[in-house]
Design a protein around this ligand. Structure first.
Ligand SMILES: [Zn+2]
Length: 162
């Protein structure tokens, strides 16, 4: 134990120490300026606190407090039951897995929808443009025939016939 008494000063001031401890603290305060200074500081704080006006609770404070306590007490069992039930359910492994999977779906689905990686988005299908695109892609391939070239060039007049 430290020879200093700073950790006992509060109890000393409250009269919460036994006779032996009181004697020890008192003797130490006579010889130790550091502890004495701390003791004086605590006395000052105590003095300040005593100088504060006593708090006056508003009208009906006790009634409100009783009512709130009663309400809390009534709500406690239901809440405790719900929480313990949740805890038990969560302790079951399949439920935990399902919960995590569900959470993942809930988080991931909007993202997938927003990024449009879920598949083609709802765009009016322009089949003509699609065919044209396909033909243009295949025009360089060996099997591209005259008809294909004609089709492509007819669609793009400024482009020279290959
Ligand atoms: Zn000391």
């Amino acid at each position: 134990m430290s020879p200093h008494v700073s950790d006992r000063l509060s109890e000393y001031m409250d009269g919460a120490l036994g006779v032996q401890d009181v004697e020890r603290v008192r003797a130490h305060l006579d010889t130790c300026p550091a502890c004495l200074q701390e003791y004086r500081g605590l006395q000052d704080v105590q003095q300040l606190l005593r100088g504060l006006p006593a708090p006056h609770p508003r009208e009906g404070f006790m009634e409100r407090t009783h009512w709130r306590l009663a309400r809390e007490a009534a709500a406690q069992p239901a809440r405790a039951r719900f929480l313990s039930g949740l805890r038990e359910a969560f302790a079951v492994r399949p439920f935990r897995v399902a919960l995590v999977a569900g959470a993942l779906v809930v988080v991931a689905l909007p993202i997938v929808w927003m990024t449009g990686s879920m598949g083609p988005r709802e765009v009016p299908l322009d089949s003509d443009a699609y065919v044209r695109h396909y033909v243009m892609l295949s025009v360089d391939r060996p099997l591209a025939d005259e008809a294909t070239s004609t089709f492509v060039s007819s669609d793009l007049p400024e482009q020279p016939i290959r």
